[in-house]
Design a protein around this ligand. Structure first.
Ligand SMILES: Cc1cc2nc3c(=O)[nH]c(=O)nc-3n(C[C@H](O)[C@H](O)[C@H](O)COP(=O)(O)OP(=O)(O)OC[C@H]3O[C@@H](n4cnc5c(N)ncnc54)[C@H](O)[C@@H]3O)c2cc1C
Length: 384
C-alpha cells in the first residue's frame, strides 16, 4: 500500500475532483483545495458533452452507473454548413460494432449534477480532504506531488518555468437552455457558420442547451440584448422545424482559446492537468473529455510499478507527457483546422467544404472514422 504518499490537488473543478477520486483508489492521501466553496463549485450553470472515451473511463472507476441517471443521450448528430447548405446526419449505425449496441453517440450532462455525484463519492472516502482557501490550506503537510487543475485562466501558468502557448480566436461562446417544439428527439446539431459554430445539445424531450460561438464583441452584444431579441435571432439560424418557446436559464459567456502550458527545465514535482494544461475550441465537444483522459493516464502511471515510490515520481511527469502527447496534439490540430476551414466565408475554401460533405455522405468508412474519432478518441491514450 502507498498510503505514505501525500498528494495535493489545487483546483476542484471536474478535473480536480475526478483526479482526487481516482488517486484515492490507489490509497494515496489526497488534499484537495479550491478558491471556491463546495456550494459555489457545484452551482455553476454549465453543460458538457460526454463521449464514449469518457464512458469507458468513468466505468473503470465505477462512476458511470452513478452518473447515468443524470445523463441525456443523443443517438444522431447533424453536421451542417450554413454557407454551402451541405449537411450530413451521423447515427449510431456509423459507430464501431463494440459501441453501436449502446445506442448512443454521446451524452449531455449538467455541471451541477456531475459535481454532486463526484462530491458525494468524495464524502465516502476517508483519504480525501477538501478545503476551500477560506480555510487554512493544509499548511503543515509535506506534499510528495502537486497537481494543478486550476482551469484555463490559471495564475500558475505565469511562473517563468512554464511556457504558455496560446492562440486566441477572438471568439466567445454564449450558452443557455431553451425550450423547443417540433424537434427530432435525441438529435444533436453542429452548425458551421461564418461567425463560428453553433451547437444544439438535446437535454430532455423539449429542452436544448445552446453553445453559440461568435466574435467576442458580437457575443457581448447578444448577451446584453433582451431574451426575446436573442430568441428571434436564434430562430433564424437553426433548422426550420425547431420552434423556440423560451430561454429557460441564465445566459453565460465564456472565451475560447487554443492553449498548451509546457514546462521548461522544470524538475519540480508538480504537474498541470485538464484545462490548465490545454484548452481547445469547443467545436466537436472534446474539452472535458480530454481533461479526463489526462486523469486516466495519471492513474495508470501511478498504478504501474514505476511510480509506487517517491523515486518513481521524478520520471512520472515525462511519462505523462509521452502518453498524452498524441491525443492532445491531434485534438488541437483537428479543432483548429475545423475552425480555419468552416468558420469563415472564404470563397477559396468553398470547394474543400463541399468535397468534405460529399465524401462524408458517400463513404461509410469516412463517416465511421470521423465519428469514432470524435467519440472514442482513436488515439485513446492509456498506458495499457
Ligand atoms: C464560464 C465558463 C463556462 C463554460 N461553459 C462550458 C459549457 O457550457 N460546456 C463545455 O463543454 N465547456 C464549458 N466551459 C469549459 C469547461 O468549463 C472546461 O473545459 C472544464 O470545466 C475544465 O475543467 P477543469 O476542472 O480542468 O477546470 P475548471 O472547471 O475551470 O476548474 C478549475 C478550478 O480551479 C479553481 N482555481 C483557480 N485558481 C485557483 C487557485 N489559485 N487556487 C485554488 N483553486 C483555484 C477554480 O475556482 C475552479 O474551480 C466553460 C468555461 C467557462 C470559464
Amino acid at each position: 500500500m502507498n498510503n505514505f504518499l501525500n498528494f495535493k490537488i489545487v483546483g476542484s473543478g471536474p478535473t480536480g475532483l475526478l483526479l482526487a477520486i481516482t488517486l484515492s483508489k490507489l490509497n494515496f492521501n489526497i488534499y484537495l483545495t479550491d478558491l471556491l466553496t463546495r456550494e459555489k463549485l457545484i452551482n455553476k450553470d454549465k453543460t458538457y458533452a460526454i463521449t464514449h472515451s469518457t464512458r469507458k473511463i468513468l466505468s473503470k472507476f465505477n462512476l458511470w452507473y452513478k452518473l447515468k441517471p443524470y445523463l441525456y443521450k443523443f443517438d444522431s448528430l447533424s453536421i451542417s454548413d450554413s454557407v454551402t447548405s451541405d449537411f450530413t446526419i451521423l447515427t449510431t449505425s456509423d459507430l464501431d460494432r463494440d459501441i453501436s449496441s449502446l445506442d448512443s453517440i454521446g451524452w449531455i450532462v449538467k455541471h451541477s449534477d456531475l459535481m454532486n455525484v463526484f462530491f458525494h463519492e468524495i464524502d465516502k472516502m476517508d483519504n480525501v480532504f477538501f478545503k476551500s482557501s477560506f480555510d487554512s490550506s493544509f499548511e503543515n503537510i509535506n506534499f510528495d506531488y502537486k497537481f494543478i487543475s486550476t482551469g484555463a485562466n490559471s495564475n500558475y501558468k505565469k511562473y517563468p518555468k512554464y511556457i504558455d502557448l496560446k492562440k486566441s480566436y477572438n471568439q466567445s461562446c454564449l450558452t443557455f437552455e431553451v425550450l423547443v417544439r417540433g424537434n427530432i428527439p435525441r438529435r444533436a446539431y453542429e452548425i458551421f457558420r461564418k461567425e463560428g459554430p453553433l451547437a444544439l445539445l438535446p437535454l430532455d424531450a423539449n429542452r436544448y442547451q445552446i453553445i453559440w460561438t461568435a466574435s467576442t464583441s458580437k457575443s457581448i452584444d447578444r448577451l446584453n440584448s433582451s431574451k426575446s431579441f436573442l430568441l428571434d435571432n436564434l430562430s433564424t439560424i437553426i433548422p426550420e422545424y425547431f420552434q423556440l418557446d423560451q430561454i429557460n436559464s441564465e445566459i453565460n459567456i465564456f472565451p475560447v482559446s487554443l492553449s498548451l502550458c509546457l514546462p521548461i527545465f522544470d524538475f519540480s514535482k508538480e504537474l498541470f492537468v485538464g484545462d490548465s494544461l490545454h484548452t481547445f475550441h469547443p467545436v466537436g465537444g472534446q474539452g472535458l473529455n480530454t481533461c479526463w483522459r489526462d486523469v486516466n493516464v495519471i492513474y495508470d502511471i501511478l498504478k504501474s510499478n514505476v511510480s509506487k515510490s517517491k523515486k518513481g515520481l521524478i520520471v512520472f511527469k515525462y511519462r505523462f507527457y509521452f502518453y498524452r502527447f498524441f491525443d492532445i496534439f491531434s485534438t488541437m490540430i483537428i479543432t483548429d483546422s475545423l475552425i480555419k476551414i468552416f468558420a469563415n466565408n472564404n470563397q477559396l475554401l468553398l470547394p474543400l467544404r463541399k468535397i468534405s460533405f460529399l465524401f462524408l455522405n458517400k463513404f461509410l468508412l469516412i463517416r465511421r472514422i470521423i465519428l469514432n474519432h470524435m467519440t472514442k478518441s482513436l488515439i485513446f491514450s492509456s498506458i495499457k
